[in-house]
Structure formats: C-alpha cells, structure tokens
Design a protein around this ligand. Structure first.
Ligand code: SR1
Ligand code: MG
Length: 417
C-alpha cells in the first residue's frame, strides 16, 4: 500500500517501520526499539534506532530546510540523490561510507548502518582531537570516487545516464550556486557575519576581481560536469573514531569539477587551523594541533595525487586520454604528460574552490562550529579575518599557487598576522 509522505517522530517510528525486514534482522523486534532524533545538520531528520539485536540510522528528508523552517521548501528528492550517491561511493571506494540497508523514495528515508562510536569530525577537531590515517583515507576517497565517476573510467553510456540522473538534483545545486558562489559577495538577505568584520566585508564586496573569480568558479561548478561529486564534502560530512574515517551525507551529489570536492574539503581543514587561536582552552597544545591540521591538508592532496595517478595508470578505461592515442609517441610518455596536465588543472580548481568555501562559511548563511564556538566575538573576528584574507588570495591567485606546501605555508603566515 503506498502512503503519502509523512515525517517520522521517535514515537511513530516503531509503528511505521516495525515491519521492515531489514530492521527486524539488524535491530530486533520493534517492541525492543529505543529511538532518538539526533539530527544537528541543516536539512534533515536523523534517528538512531537501538534494539535487542543492534542499531541503525534512519535518515529522513523534510520538505523544507530544517535550519530555516517551512518558509524555505526543499524537495524530498534529495533523499533519492543521497541514496544513489551512497551506493556509487560504496562501489567506487568500498568501506568509505555507511552501508545502506533500505531506501523508501516516497517517505524520503534511507536506512543505514549506525556508525558508533564515531563522532562528526568537525566536533572532534574543535575539541583538539586527531585521527590516525585521516588524510590518507580522505585523499583516497576523493581520488577513487572522483576518478571512477568520470569519463576517465566509466563507459560513455553509464556516465551519461548518471549525468542525467544527478542533473535532477536541481534544488540542492541551487543552494550551492547561491550560498557558496554568490551570496557572500553582496548583501544577500540570509547572510550574517561577526560584528567587527564590517570593514573587511565591505572591502571584499567592493572587490571586482574577487567577484569575477567567484563567478568563474560558479561557471565551472554549473557547467564542467567532470564527475559525480559528493557535493558537500566538509568536516561535518565526515565521521571518525581515533582510527577510522567514514564519509556521510552526499545529498548534494551532482556532476561537477573534480576540484570542487577536494577544495571544499581542504578549506575546512584550513578553517580548523585558522580557528585554533580562538579556542583559549587548548592554548597548550595549539601549535601541535595546527601543525597536524596542515599535515592533513598536505596529506589529502598528496594522497589524492598518488591514488589518482595510480588509477590513471591502471584503470583508465573511459573515453578520455585513451592509451591508443599515444602509441606512436611512446605510450607511457604521452599518458604521463596528460596526467600531469590534468592534475595541474584539478589543482587550480581545488585552490579556487577552497577559497570560496572559506568565504561562504564566514559571510553567508551556513557558518561552521570551528569559528562559531569561539565565544569571544573579538577573537572570533580576528580568526575569521585571516581566513577571509586567505580565501581571497586563493580565489584570485589560484592559477599561480605553486603547490600544496606553498598553500600550507600561506596558512602558517596568515595565522601569524
Ligand atoms: C540551507 S543548507 C546550508 C548548507 O548546509 C549544507 O550542509 C550545505 O553545506 C549547505 O550549503
Ligand atoms: Mg549535510
């Protein structure tokens, strides 16, 4: 029997989902379930269901943006895109995402593995925690999902079918297009920023080179459908223990430039780094934590390049840069030259997207805990001002950023200003 969509609550969930075989098997009979709603993201309901046999997460989309309320409607179809992205990420990088156990398109529900004792990486970073193997895991995730979702790897028919499928994620792309690339650069209604930044914000909004750079990046995002992106790869979309890393929440998945995910990810580690001086409680270990955060930035990029290069050399079966093109001139040489060029292009995109993500988390609607948890507004503004300055340099100077160690050196310099 098909039912109309209706949001779950802890009280109704056992009745509504008690008949699902997979939950019976994984969690136990519904009369043993305890249900908590734990969603602290901007968009959805998230329930943890615990029973006599185990536990599960039930994630349900709401027909509006949770952060703002019913005045901002948002299609339930984001759940469909999240489900489709999760199963592709699992296939392209096994073990990188929670296992999906059930999907209900009408109710916009994804039932999946409850990751425990994992916590959201952003919270762990704000608390000064470190995670073993973090950079390597995230660099591999980016390389594997971004390479294997592209014309470098997929058959043309499969890639075009996926391009068409994810092109439907219009509403979530619209959020990114506005909130990331445009709103920060004018006095948009939902923007907010820390008191004390008014002068800097006014200068940024009068900066024509910066606005042009932001629109170049927006054009790349909207038109360069290179691969299936996670689409929202920040440290709030990653769950960790001390030794394990999983990526969650790909509801913003769409086809776009490879550098978008990598740049957004790196930006969030740079913001973690630049926010550290605001968190007085950990002054003792601050330098060590900041060094570690920048080593993660370097490790993500270096692992991404190493893994992407490995896949290029061993799995390049798509319609791009086919090996047969280079046979006359020495196969390996031509392929390596093309690889080096492609990585160079991804790098420039990565740097630019990194800069724009740093700006929107300080100037736009969706801020992050790294800065927001700095209670003292003066200290927060000082940290944010450094991130804004760095973001501008990255966006306007992306093409001349020599490499990842130059980028981390810039973060070190900024932190001392
Ligand atoms: C209205 S949604 C705001 C932000 O939250 C999501 O996590 C995305 O980052 C989006 O830009
Ligand atoms: Mg999210």
């Amino acid at each position: 029997v098909a039912h109309d969509y209706s949001p779950l609550s802890p009280a109704t969930l056992p009745d509504r989902l008690g008949g699902l075989a997979v939950l019976g098997d994984r969690v136990g009979p519904a009369d043993s379930w305890q249900v908590r709603e734990v969603g602290d993201g901007n968009l959805n309901l998230v329930f943890i269901v615990t029973g006599s046999a185990g536990s599960a997460v039930v994630k349900q989309a709401l027909p509006y943006v949770r952060l703002v309320g019913e005045s901002w409607p948002l299609p339930l179809s984001r759940s469909f895109f999240e489900y489709n992205a999760l199963i592709r990420q699992e296939a392209r990088d096994p073990g990188s995402v929670p296992s999906v156990w059930h999907f209900d398109e009408v109710q916009a529900i994804v039932v999946m593995e409850y990751l425990t004792p994992h916590v959201i990486l952003r919270h762990a970073l704000v608390e000064g925690r470190r995670v073993e193997g973090l950079a390597e895991r995230l660099g591999q995730f980016c390389a594997r999902t971004l390479f294997r979702g592209s014309d470098l790897s997929m058959t043309a028919a499969a890639r075009k079918a996926d391009l068409a499928l994810f092109a439907g994620n219009v509403a979530l792309c619209d959020i990114t297009e506005n909130l990331v690339f445009s709103d920060p650069y004018f006095d948009a209604p939902m923007n907010r920023h820390t008191a004390g930044l008014d002068g800097i914000v006014a200068r940024l909004r009068a900066d024509l080179s910066l606005k042009v750079a932001a629109q170049h990046l927006k054009m790349a995002f909207t038109s360069r459908a290179e691969t299936m992106l996670h689409g929202d790869l920040h440290t709030g979309s990653i769950m960790v223990t001390d030794t394990e890393t999983k990526v969650i929440d790909p509801e913003f998945a769409t086809y776009g430039p490879i550098g978008f995910d990598v740049g957004m990810l790196i930006a969030n580690f740079l913001m973690a780094h630049l926010s550290q001086p605001g968190h007085e409680a950990r002054a003792g270990d601050r330098a060590g934590q900041q060094d570690w955060l920048l080593s993660v930035v370097e490790g993500i990029w270096e692992t991404f390049v190493a893994e992407f290069s490995h896949l290029w050399r061993t799995e390049r079966r798509g319609i791009l840069y086919q090996a047969s093109l280079y046979e006359d001139q020495g196969h390996a040489l031509g392929s390596e030259q093309a690889l080096s060029d492609v990585i160079g292009r991804i790098w420039v995109d990565t740097v630019g997207f990194c800069g724009v993500e740093m700006h929107r988390r300080i100037l736009g609607l969706a801020h992050n805990a790294d800065f927001e948890r700095i209670a003292d507004e003066g200290r927060r503004a000082a940290c944010e001002a450094r991130a804004l300055a760095m973001g501008r340099q990255l966006m306007v100077g992306a093409a001349s950023m020599p490499g990842i160690t130059a980028l981390t050196a810039m973060a070190r310099r900024m932190d001392k200003e």
